[in-house]
Write a protein that binds this ligand. Structure first.
Ligand code: ZN
Length: 348
């Protein structure tokens, strides 16, 4: 089922302002040393040689365009899809390519157009792309953890996100406005690296507050791309509307979203502030979202069997401990007939 268009704020619906291009050809490739030297020389930026010798996304714009789309109206699940790329510790090329073919590259597509191998233009660095996906993944897990997890589990998620931020060197400075620490001589003067602030807050034991604070700081930083100083900005524009036999200007507001990565974070921002609904459900086995689940779908396709086996092992373990069928049923909420069947088989 598609996302209801009415759910998206009006100013994000203008297709002419929020469009991203998907090309017909992408590849993930590490240029040879000779190719790196040629590219650096051609671009006049010789310092690039070393930097180019990484695995990058390469785009062939001559292959033509397969899709031009507005993620806010056509792909509101984009945040979830991108976060899923960060689920594994190492980048998975097949998954990344699959994402590129559906949504395009995450950074500004005109960023490195002067760098080419043959027809192919240089796109994102694969390690960086995966790092960004992993940040989304940890942020999503932290958000989910706020509502249905134990204090200890939530603490782990705070630490996961924080250490990943440090790994990415994405540590913003925050104003320490805790009453006891921050206000000095009547003004807020204590600026701290986020990391120090969070660690201090963790010690105070206010885990939900700490987690929420971390989450909004990460979102604000990523949405507005503070490192690269290209925030999302509201702008005014006009179009001519034909009324009473006259063309008259009509004025509109829209937001300029510079990169697809910022669009991805903006979707998450819209979700957690309750401005859009996204159809997903957290799978109890892997704790990852199932995007657009079927009506009665509780697990990912691959997770159902894992869940089944896990429960079965638990039943057999309890049986070996000497528990009765009724006791096991009470403990695991599994039907007694099913338990009998498993126990009978398990005994052989
Ligand atoms: Zn699952």
């Amino acid at each position: 089922m598609d996302f209801p268009k009415d759910g998206m704020p009006e100013f994000l619906r203008f297709p002419e302002c929020q469009r991203w291009t998907v090309y017909n050809q992408y590849k993930i490739y590490t240029p040879t040393e000779a190719e790196c030297i040629t590219m650096s020389r051609d671009s006049g930026l010789t310092a690039l040689t070393h930097f180019l010798q990484d695995e990058h996304v390469w785009v062939d714009p001559n292959s033509g365009i397969s899709r031009i789309y507005n993620p806010f109206t056509e792909a509101p699940e984009l945040f979830l899809e991108f976060a899923a790329l960060g689920r594994t510790e190492q980048p998975r090329k097949d998954k990344i390519l699959d994402f590129l073919y559906r949504y395009g590259d995450i950074f500004n597509e005109h960023g490195h157009q002067s760098l080419k191998i043959g027809q192919w233009n240089k796109g994102s660095n694969v390690t960086e792309l995966h790092r960004e996906a992993r940040l989304c993944y940890y942020a999503l897990r932290l958000y989910e953890g706020l509502f249905n997890n134990s204090t200890e589990a939530l603490k782990t998620r705070v630490c996961d996100l924080l250490s990943h931020l440090i790994e990415c060197s994405h540590i913003p400075i925050v104003v320490d406005n805790d009453e006891n620490n921050g206000v000095k001589n009547g003004s807020y003067t204590d600026y701290l690296p986020l990391e120090v602030y969070i660690q201090r807050k963790l010690l105070s034991g206010q885990i939900i507050d700490t987690a929420s604070f971390l989450l909004v700081n990460v979102i604000n930083q990523k949405v507005h791309n503070m490192d690269m100083k290209s925030p999302i900005l509201p702008i005014c524009f006009y179009r001519f509307d034909y009324k009473n036999k006259k063309s008259l200007p009509a004025f509109y507001m829209t937001w300029v979203v510079p990169s697809l990565l910022q669009a991805i974070w903006l979707l998450f921002f819209l979700k957690i502030t309750g401005q859009i609904e996204q159809e997903y459900r957290i799978c109890p086995v892997c704790e990852e979202p199932i995007i657009k689940p079927r009506k009665n779908q509780l697990y990912h396709e691959g997770c159902r069997q894992v869940y089944h086996n896990r429960i079965k092992r638990e039943v057999l373990r309890l049986w070996k401990e000497g528990k009765s069928i009724d006791e096991i049923a009470a403990e695991t909420a599994i039907d007694t007939e099913k338990i009998k069947k498993w126990v009978k088989k398990g005994r052989v």
